[in-house]
Design a protein around this ligand. Structure first.
Ligand code: 5CA
Length: 450
């Protein structure tokens, strides 16, 4: 992409309405614009990040054996009357009446809709286990939408639903989700800690929230400092192996880590004092096992091995995809702007041409652009005639992890400059070597998605 052709409406001033850094930086970097309270338009740069996150989620869900699909945003109230949640959900649910006077709603979550699909098409235990998921916009009429995409009213969620014959099988699905979520967040450059939580309107007793530690987080969290040393890394996992998944769950949840909703002071105080931490966190996901809470009232049964109908055991599993954009920025920025982790950056590298109009600098920039593109990388080429300082400030603000600076002086010696946004360190090397280096850096981060 060439900056002269792109739509990147960066703001010079800090928008007054933004109270936290991610909100401020998303507005300043031209990633989004508020449409109305808690509802945002995603501008091209923000949309690219959102799609990157979706693609990582898809890859990790499919790796775990879960099937992508797409359900609508609008649902009929009838299904929610069957589960008994239509009245329970209260004012957070946006209720709509169509022209025929039928009650509709904008889905805040999809347990009912997916259970309806399941009961229509699955009749035998032989078709289990089954996990279906989608990434779709949700609406919750939050009483206090705030912090930009962090607490929106309309927001993008990955929600997955497992159907199993027994509680044991459903708990394996729970564990599988926990493992796949650990991998997902790490690929996004985040440490998200599973914490025992409260299940709220979704229901059930088994539930973990995934929290990214950040001062601006809305949840108060209590944990054993040892937990922050755990890393999933690139270890192999066989998702069909119950013992392996269970071992990961135990590894990542055996130390104390709870949100304020389930905090137990006595258990917490049993941890050695120097390891006790009280902090704040951003909830970027939650997994639930709720047994037959929906399958029973909605008649989602399968024929068991003995020929008798049994209600299926279910769970649901959510990732706050749009919230993650904010969470990543909260976890990775400095006073100059965003610092995207390689796995989610909207462009892989910025090319800054210091002297647009200079034949050699133009040619070298164009060649770099073509070479990077040929290797499957996406450069953002600043081909504007702004002064160098302004170009650097924009690149720093939008946070691409790498920048190549092309100028007549370096080109005389056959070099360009490769700069890391994170460390600020620069290195002079030939354009070819710069391309090779970037190919190497990004090899583990290439995302295909669906
Ligand atoms: N049906 C279940 C799992 S699919 C469910 O709805 N879970 S949830 O309520 O925990 O939501 C899943 C994730 O969506 C949360 O962990 C959070 O990251 C994100 N989320 C929830 N509410 C909002 C909101 N108002 N704005 C942005 N993200 C939100």
């Amino acid at each position: 992409m060439r900056l002269t052709r792109y739509f990147l409406p960066v703001l010079k001033e800090n928008p007054a309405e933004a109270q936290i850094v991610s909100h401020r930086l998303m507005l300043r970097a031209g990633m989004m614009k508020q449409a109305t309270s808690g509802i945002y338009s995603w501008l091209p740069l923000g949309f690219k990040v959102l799609r990157k996150l979706e693609n990582i989620v898809h890859e990790e869900q499919m790796r775990a054996g879960h099937h992508p699909m797409l359900m609508p945003t609008l649902q009929s109230a009838d299904l929610w009357r069957e589960s008994g949640r239509y009245d329970d959900y209260g004012q957070e649910m946006l209720r709509i009446t169509d022209r025929h006077g039928r009650d509709m709603l904008y889905g805040p979550t999809n347990e009912e809709l997916i259970t309806d699909i399941f009961r229509a098409h699955v009749a035998s235990y032989k078709d289990l286990p089954l996990t279906l998921y989608h990434i779709q916009w949700k609406f919750r009429d939050e009483i206090r939408p705030r912090f930009g995409v962090m607490r929106g009213r309309e927001f993008l969620m990955k929600d997955g639903y497992n159907f199993d014959l027994t509680k044991e099988d459903a708990l394996h699905a729970y564990n599988r989700h926990l493992v796949s979520y650990l991998r997902t967040y790490e690929r996004m450059g985040l440490q998200a800690i599973p914490m025992r939580a409260d299940s709220g309107p979704i229901g059930g007793d088994d539930t973990h929230e995934f929290l990214v530690l950040a001062e601006t987080g809305e949840s108060e969290v209590f944990y054993d400092a040892e937990i922050t040393e755990l890393k999933f890394g690139d270890r192999e996992i066989d998702y069909s192996d119950c013992a392996q998944c269970q071992a990961v769950l135990e590894e990542f949840t055996s130390r104390y880590a709870r949100t304020d909703e389930t905090h137990d002071a006595a258990l917490f105080d049993a941890i050695p004092e120097d390891r006790r931490r009280v902090a704040r966190g951003i909830e970027v996901g939650q997994i639930f096992y709720f047994g037959t809470k929906y399958s029973e009232p909605m008649g989602a049964t399968v024929q068991g091995p003995d020929g008798k109908p049994v209600p299926v055991h279910m769970g649901s599993h959510g990732i706050g995809v749009s919230r993650l954009v904010g969470a990543i920025i909260e976890a990775s920025h400095d006073e100059r702007g965003i610092i995207w982790p390689e796995g989610v950056t909207p462009f892989h590298v910025g090319i800054v041409n210091l002297k647009v109009g200079d034949a050699e600098a133009d040619a070298a920039s164009e060649e770099l652009y073509a070479a990077l593109t040929a290797k499957g990388l996406e450069p953002l080429y600043d081909d504007t005639d702004e002064r160098a300082g302004g170009k650097f400030a924009t690149m720093d603000l939008i946070g691409l992890p790498w920048r190549i600076t092309v100028g007549p002086r370096g080109l005389k010696n056959g070099v360009v400059e490769l700069t890391s946004r994170r460390t600020g360190e620069s290195e002079e090397l030939s354009p070819d070597a710069a391309v090779d280096r970037l190919v190497q850096i990004y090899a583990p981060h290439m995302v295909r998605g669906l």
